[in-house]
Design a binder for this molecule. Sequence first.
Ligand code: ZN
Ligand code: ZN
Ligand code: FE
Length: 761
Amino acid sequence: MSAPSERARSAARCISVTGIVQGVGFRPFVYRLATTLGLAGWVANSERGVEIMIEGPPTALETFLGELVRHPPPAARIDRITVEPTTPRGLVGFVIRESRTGQRPTTRVSPDLAVCEACLRELFDPRDRRYLYPYVNCTDCGPRYSIVLSLPYDRPRTTMKDWPLCPDCAREYHDPTDRRFHAQPIACPICGPQYVLHDPEGTLLARGQAAIREAAALLRTGRILAVKGIGGYHLTCDARDATAVQALRERKFRKEKPFALMVASVDVASTLVELDEQACALLSSPARPIVLLPALVVLPGVAPDSRELGIMLPYAPLHFVLFAAGAPEVLVMTSGNRSDEPIAYCDTDAFARLGGIADAFLVGERPIARRVDDSVIRMSRVGPIVIRRARGLAPAAVATLPSERPIVAVGADLKNAITLVVDGQAIVSQHLGDLDHWPVVEAFEAAIRDLCTMYEIQLERALVVHDAHPGYVSTSRALTLPGEHRAVQHHRAHVASVLAERGAWSETVVGLAFDGTGYGDDGTIWGGEVFVGSLSQGFQRVAHLRPSVLPGGDAAARWPVQAAAGFLAALGELPDLLAPPFSFPDRFSQARQLVARGVQCFPTTSMGRLFDAVAALCGFTRPTSFEGQAAMWLEHLAQEGPPVPPYPFPLVGSQLDFRPLLEAVIADRKRGRQPTEIARAFHEAVAVAAVTVAAEWCAALGLRTVVASGGVFQNALLLARMAELLQARGLELWTNRAVPPNDGGISLGQAALAACASSTG
Ligand code: ZN
Ligand code: ZN
Ligand code: FE
């Protein structure tokens, strides 16, 4: 993803090329050239040649044009090239557009795109035949991945197959000069699907525009609605109605995890969160992700304990019509599910699962082919951090890898996403979810099947890559697939994901992989790991967090006090933690007994659990109700504290020794130091320790680049401090930009290590 600030200064060109430019690898060449230069846009075969839409910084555009003319593929011959300036559209990524000539495209299915300006104008023009029609779209916008049933991408193979085009729509579809030429999902009120409003029992309440007006009215009176969107159902209510928000939490069994918001406009957003130019660009990009931004207001029940709000702008035409019909201008727009199940996307399933939650259902008649959640991106001082990569971003290619052979990488069990490497392009699926839910396992298998079919991969020929964890569901499923199998260690995959995004196939780096849990080489739980190496040579573990124990194993991830009991056991004489200011629940004493008896204790070097332990010491003594909650709580606490010196967190031999750190935290707590300052000093300690060990190895080996990945690096404060400290030493910090640093990025790293290892040996 290119930085939105660059996009603001970007220019765009519409280029058409004629000559021998089809069937000679011209489009892949253009694709590679554009992606190497960080330019966005698309290339497609046209009747007479190749069309290119390209945008980005003017200097890169010049380079692009020069290369295009001077170094086309050997078999190509350019007869004529025309270049016309046009307005940048804020495109994300570069794609090869589907064409009808039967040539094999590198990117066959585009992500779903938000409704474009031209369609929006029609949507609100009373004279237009699509006035207020919630399924307006054109070649520049609308659904793609979420409606494709099979390839090639053609209307009969989409979920629009049951709505034949009326004469007016057919004319647009067949007119090469029309904006809707070969736009597969087009429709109008005469020939297309509609939205309908049902009560939870399925009784029809209203249809068409009346359904949307009625839905808006229900939202104004504090009701909770299930609304079918692009990639699934949302649950929505008035975010400023605390009673409605509370009712939604109770019915959905969602205790504390923040709700995302959809706001009517950027102006409304600016009353809720701190917005800068970069955030605005990201919010309004065609992917329309949920963007996590510093909150200016407190909306009771929406994001407890958080200093941020997750905001998105309307993206489906329906959302615009709903706001125009008078829906409250700030809506909770959360996944249509109970607790942390996957979101509902089929109508019958939605009625079955959301019937006890929603007061009414606003149902679009167009079926959804596959579940695609909203993408989530966090703004930070080191750039946007992708937390969840799904709608609008998947299944676009994110990297180029040196592999002729197709690769299927299945990722990890949490936050699963899979990666396919085809023709050297790494295509990452949408976020699929946690594989401990059966519907997610089904979605995981469907994703492998779907993507392999779409890209014509024969699994027998493929390299199937999985995590080294023998107990992972993803591992056992991978082993049932045909093809050659290869295991990649979890934390090496984290580091590799960053290098893959940058195309740094042979760069030697120091790699930091900090996360909650991953299966280590020695079978213990790793998560505070330092590596040296490269994609082609592999990574050697050179340092790590001092090992501790985790009493109770996996349950410790839900109870920060349990992690605390394990880490504190290393202090020798245990300080008295049962007296104020500490107020640990029984769970803590029970865990300490497990440690004392050495029962159910698992060795770990998990940095994520160290964050949990410190959160517990700072007052987070309840169980977490979602993954990463304690660490997030601690970061937000630290952001309220003033800059302070770090706690001691020394590198002893090859181990980062947390004992002096925890002793200092406890002493400060007893002394009555503010938890905000303690949390801040802890963050500073982790940043200094990470930079110290990285710098030591950089100096020893003459390296300049430090890579950081893993769930801990969703922490914006930590990243910002590390970037500053490294810069002061003349070193550079590389983090994930296209895939999440959490386990959502694992499959890309797996694919990269497999691709580069096989290309060198
Ligand atoms: Zn459009
Ligand atoms: Zn029509
Ligand atoms: Fe991980």
